[in-house]
Design a protein around this ligand. Structure first.
Ligand code: AMP
Length: 575
């Protein structure tokens, strides 16, 4: 729909045009005609970034009578940043209406300055609840003739503990007012406010109720708690162009993670409640202009931050409240861009993921934590791409090219490539050289639990014995070498002349057999029917366990049997 079809004043249409808005956004198409042509209240479920400021701002501005010098509209916002932004948007929408007076009032700034602006009664006040209550108490603001009240990001306001303030403010405005409530989610408390303070309301939903933004992909990694930070680094390293917020639970965790990232050479900073307002402003500004690539923040501190083109939101920990997840992930995937919300979770938290999936009606994908090789490959090709697209300042480098050419003359193209890659890339290669696999294998976990519980043991044998001078120690050395895995538990070793018998847990048999199959020097086989079998449950297992034997081992066992038969035959023939 075009703005011209909305019956807005020419001054407003002109401003909108100057801002480059051509078509209405869905929420504007629904809310603006409703506000202009009907009498009822409005509840709009919409995420930030959907164009809601214009959706309420344009009709309200259209209905303000500039000739009447009293406060006609009040907009409540949860944070000072949003408050300033709304006031600025309203000012730009009304810049062609002479005499329109709009004043933002918010905490964190000296009240004196705001009092001065309130001397000339504003037509519209945009306020955070706490500061407005203060001004009402001082009788510096009068709401008794207000015609329109907008509650923006109502769920955030309640999350921040402003419920009583909001109710008190609504109680200070006339019953005849029209109320518009905007919220990304619809928890019980919002319905209560709507039921208690709104009349014959119309409800509109942009996108799905309680849904995350459409363009957000949700993924999660399962990791041990002690590996959380390492996983974060791998995620960041796998996405060299990342521009995102890392959400932590506490101020301390926020500080720790940000500090570690900075020490490790990442372009990161922290945003939390222990910073002064001025420090917070500086950090936010650095992040907005992308001087900082990764912002580590608590939910509360990040509230005021409105940045539209985040590539990633990282949940360093899952929030307890599923609605907090909606807010976090809704910060990416805005303005039709793709966004990714990543969560690092513990295996016990899978049910939380299911809960959020149900609420968002979206499926989450579990991904494997990238290994060192994958990270290095990504980084390398990112580097190559950067080189391909780097801007070349011919003029500046021209004076040096001759000498450089002479100096590098002896190097072939291949040598040059190698050296260039090594120069930039050695740090990563070194760091990831011995990087361990951080994934928790579902099977491993159950295996470990199984072993703790004392899972079933099976008697096996290896084709080396006393004859070759084998000792239990050397035998364990062979097992370790062949399997390359010290977690395989071997017990009850018995060495006879030709064979070594040992117990192994049933769930580790596969691992053992594969390793020996690959190795091919020694062979192992189940010691079925052997006298030395000491396993208490042997009779039940005998047939079934054949499947655990590796091909090579099976082949060898039948070979031994064949050889035995031949030997016996020879002996008999000699007799
Ligand atoms: P909001 O949800 O009000 O924060 O708006 C999100 C962004 O969309 C802001 O940068 C607005 O300036 C912009 N915007 C709002 N309405 C339109 C429109 N009809 N066409 C283009 N951009 C818009």
């Amino acid at each position: 729909m075009k703005f011209e079809d909305l019956n807005l004043k020419d001054e407003i249409l002109l401003a909108v045009k100057e801002l480059g808005y051509e078509q209405t956004m869905p929420i504007q198409e629904k809310a603006i005609p409703f506000m202009l042509n009907e009498e009822n209240d409005l509840v709009a479920l919409a995420q930030t970034g959907t164009g809601k400021t214009a959706a309420f701002g344009l009709p309200v501005l259209n209905m303000i009578d500039v000739g009447e010098r009293f406060t006609q509209a009040l907009v409540l916002s949860p944070t000072r940043e949003l408050c300033i932004q709304i006031a600025n948007d309203l000012k730009s929408y009304s810049k062609n209406i002479s005499d329109m007076h709009i004043v933002p009032v918010y905490g964190g700034e000296e009240i004196r300055i705001q009092l001065r602006q309130l001397d000339k009664t504003p037509h519209i006040i945009v306020a955070t609840p706490g500061r407005l209550i203060d001004l009402l108490r001082r009788s510096k603001v009068f709401l008794d003739a207000v015609r329109f009240v907008v509650l923006d990001e109502a769920d955030e306001m309640l999350n921040m503990g402003f419920k009583d303030d909001v109710e008190q403010i609504l109680g200070s405005t006339p019953e005849s007012r029209r109320t518009m409530l905007f919220s990304a989610t619809m928890p019980k408390e919002i319905s209560e406010i709507a039921n208690n303070y709104m009349k014959n309301r119309r409800e509109i939903t942009i996108g799905h109720r309680n849904s995350g933004a459409e363009n957000v992909e949700h993924i999660y990694y399962i990791a041990q708690a002690k590996h959380r930070y390492l996983v974060l680094k791998r995620i960041v390293d796998l996405n060299p162009d990342i521009y995102g917020i890392v959400f932590c639970r506490t101020r301390q965790e926020t500080k720790d993670v940000a500090e570690k990232l900075m020490q490790d050479g990442y372009n990161a900073d922290a945003l939390h409640g222990d910073l002064s307002q001025a420090q917070r402003d500086t950090v936010m500004q650095k992040f907005r202009i992308r001087n900082v690539q990764l912002l580590v923040a608590t939910d509360v501190a990040a509230r005021g931050l409105d940045v539209n083109d985040l590539t990633h939101v990282i949940n360093y920990n899952l929030p307890d409240d599923t609605e907090v997840y909606t807010h976090r992930s809704g910060r990416t995937g805005r303005a039709n861009k793709k966004g990714i919300s990543v969560s690092i979770i513990h295996s016990k938290e899978k049910h939380k993921i299911r809960e959020i999936e149900r609420m968002l009606k979206k499926e989450f994908t579990q991904q494997q934590i990238p290994n060192g090789l994958e990270v290095c490959k990504t980084q390398l090709f990112h580097l190559i791409e950067r080189m391909q697209h780097v801007e070349i300042n011919e003029e500046r480098i021209l004076p040096y090219l001759g000498q450089i050419n002479k100096q590098l003359d002896y190097l072939s193209k291949e040598e040059l490539m190698k050296r260039f890659v090594s120069l930039e890339f050695n740090r990563f290669l070194d760091y990831y050289k011995n990087a361990e696999d951080l994934n928790i294998r579902g099977k491993d976990v159950s295996d470990r639990q199984n072993r703790k519980k004392g899972g079933e043991k099976i008697r096996w044998k290896m084709n080396v014995g006393n004859r070759e001078g084998l000792t239990p120690r050397r035998f364990l050395g062979i097992i370790n070498d062949v399997t390359n895995d010290k977690s395989i538990n071997i017990g009850n070793i018995e060495i006879t002349n030709k064979f070594t018998f040992f117990d192994v847990y049933r769930d580790q048999v596969d691992q053992l057999v594969h390793a020996f199959d690959r190795h091919k020097i020694y062979t192992v086989a189940e010691a079925k029917g052997s006298k030395s079998v000491k396993n208490d449950r042997e009779p039940q297992r005998s047939a079934r366990n054949n499947k655990y034997r590796g091909n090579e081992a099976r082949k060898n066992e039948s070979l031994w049997r064949k050889k035995g038969r031949e030997k016996r035959k020879r002996k008999e023939q000699h007799k």
